[in-house]
Write a protein that binds this ligand. Structure first.
Ligand code: GDP
Ligand code: IMO
Ligand code: MG
Length: 424
């Protein structure tokens, strides 16, 4: 068996949670491979709405095991809140969730350092979710981090104290108050006790053994390709590998064990936080997309910036991850427009190019648009591909021809049921 990977192709919030939940019945295991509580993955079914931050989106389907991989960074406080809210609706979490011993822990001081670093950047701030992601990955690569497997070791408290001392020095450098640390630490250590009820596993062996036993695995990405630490719009990115390679390093899966790479994108674009966004619409069209698409952050509630679909960016993300099939989300949100624009190239200093450029150039890039006919029809009740309007099928064909990858699923609403699997 191979591991299929599902990942976002834009700046996050493409609808990964919804589609992982839809696809879960086809898999035995769902494994998150990177990111942490900066993610907010929304699932809607049976009149319920859930936002998951650390727990994989297969958690609500029975007979599925969910793995938090080594590439994920975990804030015990956030994870315990998630466990509590899911347990309330009857999910036996310790039975269907395991955590990698090699996943790194987000300490309360990582969160303070995130806030201190952003405050020090002033106008240049990244727009971080302030969940401690950057500082935790910095400690991981700096070889100072603390991992889930350390929790059960006798020297855990000592390790914790030593790292917090370092962090306090840094906070002093930033002149950032850590008055609230004691309260944060109390909550953090309390959460660790709850976390110990979830099995800590050698997730690399766990997943590879599952493959040997012919179990099917879907790797769930967080964030999006344009937020990748190497290939995203640096420095306005997150601190992990959000592209397909992240599934290998974040789970311990060899590249030759990767099967399908399912890339997910919205029929338009959104972005939360700072950074270049060539097709951004700072007008009433952008506002209309935001309102209809309910484009407000699932984790922070912040406004999402909205704009037309950007094909050079999409092609680039497809290239980096070797995407084999596509999922197009939120087609219903564009139903209100008579015509829809798609960016097919950029004009930079008078030159036209269809390549995704280096960041300084991206900031100056002017989108070159093709205008397509809108479908102007409510899609939210659509349940079969035969019912899709011709103009929408043309929109999809146009994208497929440009990027050379088929669109296998079209999403027409937030609910699990509002999903059309195409037969192509
Ligand atoms: P994720 O981070 O990629 O899982 O995406 P988020 O959950 O942060 O954001 C996607 C938002 O769009 C959520 O509020 C979903 O409920 C919603 N959503 C997902 N698919 C669709 C769709 O096809 N149409 C509409 N209107 N909303 C959708
Ligand atoms: P999901 O998984 C959208 C953005 C932040 C900020 C930048 C860095 O729900 O798609 P960080 O907290 O990682 O240091 O923030 O990345 N960002 C996201 N944007 N969806 C996400 O996750 C995001 N996770 C981080 O807004 O611009
Ligand atoms: Mg999200």
């Amino acid at each position: 068996m191979k591991v299929d990977v599902l990942l976002g192709l834009q700046w996050g919030d493409e609808g990964k949670g919804k589609i992982v939940d839809v696809l879960t019945p086809n898999y035995n295991l769902i494994a998150r491979f990177q990111g942490g509580p900066n993610a907010g993955h929304t699932l809607e079914f049976d009149g319920l709405k859930h936002v998951l931050h650390t727990i994989p989106s297969g958690i609500f389907r029975s007979n599925t095991l969910n793995v938090i991989g080594n590439g994920v960074v975990i804030d015990p406080v956030v994870l315990c809140k998630e466990i509590a809210s899911i347990s309330k609706i009857g999910v036996d979490v310790p039975k269907c969730l395991v955590i990698s011993k090699k996943a790194h822990l987000i300490l309360p001081t990582h969160r303070l350092l995130d806030a201190a670093s952003e405050a020090a950047k002033g106008k240049e701030k990244i727009g971080s979710t302030l969940k401690g992601i950057g500082p935790t990955y910095m400690d991981k690569t700096g070889r100072n981090g603390i991992r889930v497997g350390d929790i059960l070791q006798p020297e855990f408290q000592e390790k914790y104290n030593a790292l917090v001392e370092k962090h306090k020095q840094l906070l002093l450098f930033y002149e950032f108050s850590y008055q609230q640390l004691e309260r944060m630490e109390f909550e953090w250590f309390e959460s660790l006790e709850i976390l110990k009820k979830i099995p800590f596993v050698d997730s690399d062996f766990y997943l590879n053994n599952a493959l040997t036993q012919n179990k099917s695995i879907l790797a769930e990405g967080a964030q999006g390709s344009l937020l990748d630490i190497d290939f995203g719009t640096y420095p306005f990115v997150t601190s992990s590998t959000t592209t397909c390679a992240g599934a290998c390093t974040g789970l311990g899966i060899a590249p030759n064990k990767i099967g399908k790479v399912i890339g997910i994108f919205k029929a338009y674009c959104t972005r939360v936080g700072s950074g270049p966004f060539p097709t951004e619409l700072n007008d009433e069209i952008g506002e209309l997309i935001r309102k209809t698409g309910n484009e407000y952050g699932s984790t922070t509630g912040r406004l999402r910036r909205c704009g037309w679909l950007d094909l050079p960016a999409l092609k680039y993300a497809i290239m980096i991850s070797g995407v084999t099939e596509l999922v197009m989300m939120k087609a219903d949100v564009l139903s209100q427009f008579e015509t829809i624009k798609v960016c097919t190239a950029y004009k930079i200093d008078g030159k036209t190019s269809a390549e995704f450029p280096y960041d300084y150039d991206l900031a100056r890039a002017q989108p070159v648009y093709t205008e397509l006919k809108g479908w102007y029809k409510d899609l939210t009740e659509t349940s079969h591909e035969n019912e899709l309007p011709e103009a929408l099928l043309n929109y999809i064909s146009f994208i497929e021809n440009e990027v050379n990858v088929p669109v296998r699923i079209v999403s027409v609403g937030p609910n699990r049921k509002q999903t059309i699997i195409r037969s192509i």
